[in-house]
Design a protein around this ligand. Structure first.
Ligand SMILES: [Fe+2]
Length: 209
């Protein structure tokens, strides 16, 4: 600790809020979500987004997941409201009236499928929820989601020995991760014998800047 007088540390600015959450009712709905997603995968062509291999449903309200999808969408909004309230509290600022545009889609990755590093423009929060980890191989803890520092120069050039440039979030069923839409993320090739099933979502605070 330095002792030079007149030098003041103003704080670590320009951080990014990352929140994780375990849905306590996830074990109740994951079976139905899994069944609906795998069934829909057989009948819908799927979209090409960040996925290399694998399948992604169209974005929307998860109508193909029925009641379980409705509960999921409702819960995601609760988590987003909580995260936003905490974020504003951190600045001691009141949260003005607003609404959310929430879009979700299902992802199925089988062995070798991966998602290139990308961001989700035109959104506020982005996130992912795990329905099924996809039976990881014995030598694997599961195919995680990798988040990267949005400012690569920070980790690469500014004291890289102590900076954090990336973190990996494990695909544990029932677990949700929430992050700003500008945070780059990707998924390495799946190492597992089963279908790795997740639901990704974007929440845009209206009015959007
Ligand atoms: Fe993504």
């Amino acid at each position: 600790m330095g002792t030079l007088s007149g030098v003041r540390f103003s704080g670590n600015l320009f951080g990014s809020p990352i929140l994780d959450h375990m849905w306590s009712e996830g074990h109740i709905y994951n079976g139905a979500l899994r069944k609906s997603i795998l069934s829909y995968e057989k009948e819908a062509p799927g979209n090409a987004r960040s996925n290399m291999g694998g399948w992604q449903s169209e974005g929307g309200g998860l109508k193909f997941c029925g009641t379980a999808g409705e509960y999921f969408m409702k819960h995601v909004l609760e988590v987003i409201d909580e995260a936003t309230a905490r974020f504003y509290a951190g600045f001691a600022r009141p949260l003005e009236p607003h609404s959310w545009t929430l879009t979700a889609w299902a992802n199925v990755n089988r062995r070798g499928d991966y998602n290139v590093v990308h961001t989700h423009p035109s959104s506020t929060w982005s996130g992912v929820y795990y329905v099924d980890g996809g039976e990881p191989d014995p030598d694997s803890v599961g195919t995680g989601l990798e988040l990267f520092d949005p400012n690569p120069a920070r980790a690469n050039l500014f004291f890289p020995d102590v900076s954090v440039s990336n973190v990996i979030f494990k695909p544990q069923p029932g677990a949700m991760l929430l992050f700003p839409s500008y945070v780059p993320h990707g998924v390495p090739p799946h190492k597992g014998s089963g279908a790795r099933i997740s639901i990704a979502f974007n929440a845009r605070k209206e009015p959007f800047p």
